[in-house]
Design a protein around this ligand. Structure first.
Ligand SMILES: NC(=O)c1ccc[n+]([C@@H]2O[C@H](COP(=O)([O-])OP(=O)(O)OC[C@H]3O[C@@H](n4cnc5c(N)ncnc54)[C@H](O)[C@@H]3O)[C@@H](O)[C@H]2O)c1
Ligand SMILES: O=C(O)[C@H](O)COP(=O)(O)O
Length: 599
């Protein structure tokens, strides 16, 4: 079914699965991706091959650390076929723009049922009894247990697993108390869990105590000697969450000193435990029932999580958004579909800005402040992260040397910050553009003086940066681009001081010239002579709004030369225009600027 090494599909994206993941999900991938199942790789071997893969699917065994993520030059997604992502370095993944997804629901029931299994096993000495009878003994009185009915189960962490355990334990007739500072009190009440005010109340009342929190800084070692010493001598503790939430050395001591009565453990600080560590001693302890991290290991749970994460891998690799990204905002598929053409528009606007208005020196350019205004129906969109990310991606693309810069909703904010780009998003709800010019939403990008720069307190000044043509500074206040989408196609409706309407794609030659007869013919002739084919053309007169300005919106050149009008000429051409041709065009009387941009 899966490849063991080389791809059979040419350029198809590759997915690496170094752990046992159910084939139900993997089948979904095989139609469009190269699926490589490579179990038993050492960390070094994994590091060696990860560079070939676009996606990595893991369970809890693979340590997806910074080194591995950095070596995964093509990686776009790390999928955790399960809930806990404590084996993934989320900070580094975010920085690198690698989306991390998990399956937050798929194995909840399995984990809760396993907790109940350990609850019953510790109550009735099932582990010991099984070992005893297998060794030929018939020990009965020594293995007498306790019933759970009428006993108090204390639950730390009233999330998905915790509350599922509560409902099942309620069915066994247990009294339920719980502690979770962020609990949904209505859900807890519906599961008959009485929320107590302090953890101490839990420790004092518990006959059984079960942990269902994530492993985070605040929960690491949260149950240690002091907490265990507050418990009844007969109390049993269960951990099906993560090793280390209960301090293993403290637990071992508490069992040995008979401070508590027993433990049921599915998870350990180090998995598998090392020979001499506390976990190994706990596993061997007669009062402990232990399983090797089996909470999610049911056929059903493995099918669920596999299908869940494989669907998300497919979404991400095809440019869609996942439903359970751990390090990205959740965006509904429907909402994303509506935004998709604007995502293209914003990316092109960003690239157009940098290529057309930006200075040749990228280091200078990257401290720019922008106002980004969503207008018309776009102003009511709550989710603008994809648009923001697309703009950052577009702005950075022409000046980045890293081919693999992966900018998306995961890391756009971080990258913008790193590059000194400040984008203030706003909504112009009052600007009703419905029915105007056949579109209902538009967006405007406007550069403005960086409030962080010392000169920001002074009056608007001439932007010091040269334009793309390298021959004339464009005023900062003129650096405006507006766009809209019509029939799913992005259009630019304003570029600088000019109103226009062109599709921002391919190679564009943008000329600014005095608006006089004969210009189009001259430019066409020169390009034809240079073997450049013109595919489409649009002209852009001065924006109407500027007409009422003192100088009628004209540039300093036009005013100085007594001209009455100027315009943009935007030519879609079939190839890059040589510098020589561009200079030739600039030499033409009345052509003030000639810039070539590739979108
Ligand atoms: N053993 C397994 O195979 C297995 C399977 C599934 C889940 N898990 C683990 O189970 C745990 C719970 O998973 P979940 O899906 O229920 O997560 P969840 O996010 O739905 O619930 C976790 C709950 O813990 C609470 N919490 C956080 N810090 C707390 C604190 N200091 N004190 C008390 N409560 C706190 C949160 O408010 C939340 O309600 C995770 O660690 C997960 O990795 C293990
Ligand atoms: O966090 C989880 O989903 C569970 O701990 C399951 O881990 P596993 O996939 O390694 O069994």
């Amino acid at each position: 079914m899966s490849q063991q090494g080389t791809a059979n599909g040419g350029d198809r994206p590759k997915v690496l699965i170094p752990e046992k993941v159910s084939p139900d999900g993997l089948k979904l991938l095989q139609a469009s991706l190269d699926v490589h199942e490579r179990k038993g790789l050492s960390p070094e071997e994994l590091l060696d091959i990860i560079g070939d893969y676009e996606a990595l699917i893991v369970r809890s065994e693979t340590k997806v650390n910074a080194k591995l993520l950095q070596a995964g030059k093509k990686l776009r997604v790390v999928a955790r076929a399960g809930v806990g992502v404590d084996n993934v370095d989320l900070e580094t993944a975010t920085k690198l723009g690698v989306i991390v997804v998990n399956s937050p629901q798929g194995n909840i029931n399995a984990a809760a049922e396993h907790t109940i299994a350990l609850l019953m096993a510790t109550a009735r000495n099932i582990g010991d009894a099984s070992v005893s009878i297998k060794s030929g003994k018939w020990e009965r009185s020594k293995l007498t247990g306790v019933e759970v009915k009428g006993k108090t189960l204390a639950i730390v962490g009233l999330g998905k697993v915790g509350l599922t355990v509560a409902r099942a334990a309620g069915g066994l007739g247990m009294n339920l108390i719980g502690y979770d500072p962020y609990a949904n009190v209505n859900l807890a009440a519906a599961a008959n869990v009485e929320i107590v005010g302090t953890m101490d109340e839990l420790f004092e009342q518990a006959d059984f105590l079960t942990i269902h929190t994530p492993m985070i800084a605040s929960t690491k070692g949260m149950i240690s000697t002091a907490e265990l010493s507050k418990m009844k001598k007969t109390a049993r503790v269960l951990n099906v969450a993560r090793g280390g939430i209960i301090d293993e050395t403290a637990l071992l001591e508490a069992l040995e000193s008979q401070t508590i009565g027993g433990a049921g453990l599915d998870v350990f600080t180090s998995e598998p435990p090392q020979a001499d560590d506390a976990a190994s001693k706990l596993i061997k302890h007669p009062k402990v029932v232990a399983t090797p991290h089996l909470g999610a290991s049911t056929v059903e749970a493995q099918e669920n999580v596999s299908i869940d994460v494989c669907e998300q891998v497919l979404s991400i690799l095809s440019g869609q958004l996942p439903r359970s990204a751990v390090n990205a905002p959740i965006i509904m598929a429907e909402e994303y579909r509506t935004l998709a053409p604007f995502v293209t528009l914003l990316e092109r606007m960003g690239t157009l800005y940098t290529s057309y208005f930006g200075p040749s020196n990228s280091a200078q350019r990257l401290r720019t402040t922008f106002d980004l205004t969503y207008e018309g129906t776009l102003a009511s969109t709550k989710t603008t992260q994809p648009l923001f990310a697309a703009l950052v991606k577009g702005l950075v693309a022409p000046v980045t040397s890293q081919e693999n810069t992966n900018i998306n909703i995961v890391n756009a904010e971080l990258i913008a910050k790193e590059r000194g780009i400040l984008i203030n998003e706003s909504r112009a709800r009052d600007r009703d553009i419905e029915g105007r010019e056949g579109y209902s939403a538009s967006v405007t990008l406007r550069a403005r003086l960086d409030p962080r720069s010392p000169s920001a307190s002074r009056a608007p000044r001439q932007d010091p940066f040269k334009d793309a043509a390298g021959n004339r500074a464009k005023k900062l206040e003129d650096q405006i681009i507006s766009g809209f989408v019509s029939n799913n196609t992005p259009y630019i409706s304003r570029l600088g001081r000019f109103a226009t309407s062109f599709v921002p794609e391919g190679v564009l030659l943008i000329l600014r010239n005095y608006d006089e007869p004969g210009k189009i013919g001259t430019v066409g002739g020169k390009l034809g002579k240079a073997g450049v084919n013109i595919r489409n053309m649009s002209v852009g007169p001065l924006d109407e709004g500027l007409r009422n300005n003192g100088n009628g919106g004209l540039s300093a050149d036009a005013t100085a030369n007594g001209k009455e009008n100027e315009a943009l000429m935007i030519l879609g051409v079939d190839r890059q225009v040589d510098e020589e041709v561009r200079k030739d065009l600039l030499g033409e009387d009345g052509v003030l600027e000639a810039a070539s941009v590739t979108l």
